[in-house]
Design a protein around this ligand. Structure first.
Ligand SMILES: [Zn+2]
Ligand SMILES: [Zn+2]
Ligand SMILES: [Zn+2]
Ligand SMILES: [Zn+2]
Length: 370
């Protein structure tokens, strides 16, 4: 028996190694990293510092930023709001970032999301090959890309009076006009690079990543739970046996009760147990791993996840947790923005698109109605 167990374990490990190698472009799935929000000086959250961050304006990696039409909601056609970005270099992609945008318009019939991947080699058009100290040395001489002073997306439109204020479109131009540009337009003190903050953006934080601690693996809890159930069973049995003839029936009933945990309960309980050990986590990162579902409903199958434009499969990379909604003070924005989890799948090959941003895939799962 002992010998057989050892052999089976060895085989299982070999199979797992091989399967994961095939599953994620030759890389074994890494342990889960958890993301937490922290206040940080704005200088740390700019493009040249390659941040992972939440809220505020995007810290574009490639400075060939996507046109504003690519950062619009497919439902209401209004500009999407920057939600977060994860800096996750890998292999040949010396720099690599995933940026996530969402529609925050309360009245939108179908709140859409957009995810873009940008990656650059060590030698690239925008950044030095060696890391630069914080808040030193601008990215490169000359002006950066024209960005909307409200949302930080590409800003091809300019104020027709001063021609110094740039916008992604008329929505943010009028928001800025009301928020103060009406009075400041054309004044010498009104710098072209001033940013405007009508109440449109999410509060800004750094996203700090930490390894998830090993002991919180869900299966151990399950084993403990089974033992507890067994003990409970045995205790009831010993009291029952002294004064009752229907012992076998009681035993069966108890077993049935102990096992009465529906698939839905199991998934949600695993979610609760896993997140309870680090309740402030707003993101889980594990490229090639598996997401932690909040519900048994609406889990995508392989065919629900479209391949990348290069033809390669997409694999799980990270998920946004519902805890982020609290951090974003969504209530302050008077909105019903909501999710159970947002699961991001990316090209298994991390295919190269030069300075372009390539779209990736997001799956939204809500909590079960029960
Ligand atoms: Zn919308
Ligand atoms: Zn804008
Ligand atoms: Zn103006
Ligand atoms: Zn691809």
């Amino acid at each position: 028996m002992g010998q057989a167990e050892v052999t089976e374990l060895g085989l299982a490990m070999a199979e797992r190694g091989e399967a994961s190698g095939l599953g994620a472009g030759g890389e074994a799935p890494a342990p889960v990293e958890l993301g937490f929000v922290e206040r940080a000086p704005p200088a740390r959250l700019v493009s040249s510092q390659f941040p992972s961050k939440v809220g505020g304006r995007p810290a574009w990696l490639s400075l060939c930023v996507p046109g504003p039409e690519r950062v619009r909601c497919g439902g209401c056609a209004r500009p999407l709001v920057f939600l977060l970005q994860v800096y996750a270099p890998r292999g040949r992609a010396f720099h690599r970032a995933l940026l996530l945008f969402c529609c925050a318009l309360p009245a939108c019939p179908s709140r859409r999301f957009a995810v873009y991947r940008s990656q650059l080699g060590r030698i690239n058009d925008f950044y030095p090959a060696e890391p630069q100290p914080e808040a030193e040395a601008p990215l490169r001489p000359g002006p950066g890309p024209r960005l909307c002073r409200v949302c930080g997306a590409a800003g091809p439109k300019s104020c027709s009076r001063c021609r110094r204020a740039h916008y992604c479109g008329k929505e943010h131009q009028s928001a800025d006009w009301r928020a103060g540009h009406r009075a400041a337009c054309g004044r010498p003190g009104e710098a072209a690079d001033r940013t405007s903050s009508p109440n449109i953006l999410f509060p800004e934080y750094e996203l700090v990543m930490e390894l998830e601690e090993e002991q919180i693996v869900g299966s151990e809890d399950t084993e403990d739970q089974k033992l507890e159930d067994l003990k409970m069973c045995m205790e009831s049995l010993s009291t029952a046996s002294s004064d009752c003839e229907t012992q076998p029936l009681d035993e069966k009933e108890l077993e049935a009760m102990a096992k009465h945990e529906t698939k839905e309960d199991q998934i949600f309980n695993k979610f609760k147990r896993t997140t309870a050990l680090a309740p402030e986590q707003v993101l889980r990162y594990c490229r090639g791993g598996s997401p932690l579902w909040v519900s048994g409903e609406n889990i995508p199958t392989d065919t629900d996840i479209p391949n990348c434009s290069c033809g390669a499969k997409r694999v799980f990379e990270f998920q946004v947790m519902p805890q982020l909604l609290y951090q974003l003070k969504v209530d302050r924005l008077g909105e019903s923005l909501d999710w159970g989890t947002l699961v991001v799948y990316t090209c298994e090959q991390s295919c190269d698109h030069g300075n372009e941003y390539s779209p990736e895939f997001l799956w939204k799962q809500d909590f079960s109605a029960d």
